[in-house]
Design a protein around this ligand. Structure first.
Ligand code: SF4
Length: 167
């Protein structure tokens, strides 16, 4: 495989310990395109693909919790955060790099604020919204009668819903 001088120069910027591997990857890709010469564009394309891959790996899982407006009068949310911080119950699946980026109340029946706040969270790359356990329980508080509508509203916007936080 022939290399254009500017392509070789660009390849020299790749750290020495991975340079051979990068070279082989680029040559394979050029070969698949039916060509026999590596150009500067080929090297740059490989670099940007590599950067995109790294960025994807770095992405943290972004979580928000929606909770009952009525219950929020008496609950500061400690149990929800405790479950998240210790990766317990409905947060057990998350790795260390997951983060809570939003914690909000529904705004009162029938969950009037959820629609707008999900839109706002989408601008912050939200991955998943948990419905707090207070919306689901039958014991201490009444189960939210609008649960299914709230769930559907979030799902329709393309955000995953998890039912529950600490129970
Ligand atoms: S809509 Fe459900 S979660 Fe919101 S205040 Fe009413 S009962 Fe609570």
């Amino acid at each position: 495989m022939e290399w254009k001088p500017e392509a070789t120069k660009e390849l020299e910027k790749v750290p020495a310990h991975v340079r051979n591997m990068a070279k082989m990857g680029i040559e394979t890709s050029v070969e698949k395109k039916g060509r026999t010469t590596v150009t500067l564009d080929d090297v740059r394309e490989a670099e940007s693909q590599f950067r995109a891959l790294m960025k994807k790996d770095e992405k943290k899982t972004r979580i928000a919790v929606v909770r009952c407006d009525i219950v929020s009068e008496v609950c500061p949310g400690v149990a929800c955060f405790n479950a998240f911080n210790k990766r317990k119950v409905h947060f057990a699946e998350y790795g260390k790099d997951a983060e809570i980026i939003g914690f909000f109340t529904c705004g009162g029946c029938p969950g009037r604020r959820v629609f707008r706040l999900v839109d706002s969270l989408l601008k912050h790359d939200i991955d998943v919204i948990h419905l707090s356990s207070c919306m689901l329980m039958e014991k201490s508080y009444s189960k939210c009668p609008h649960l299914e509508d709230i769930k559907e509203m979030i799902t329709r916007k393309g955000v995953k819903v998890v039912e529950g936080t600490h129970h």
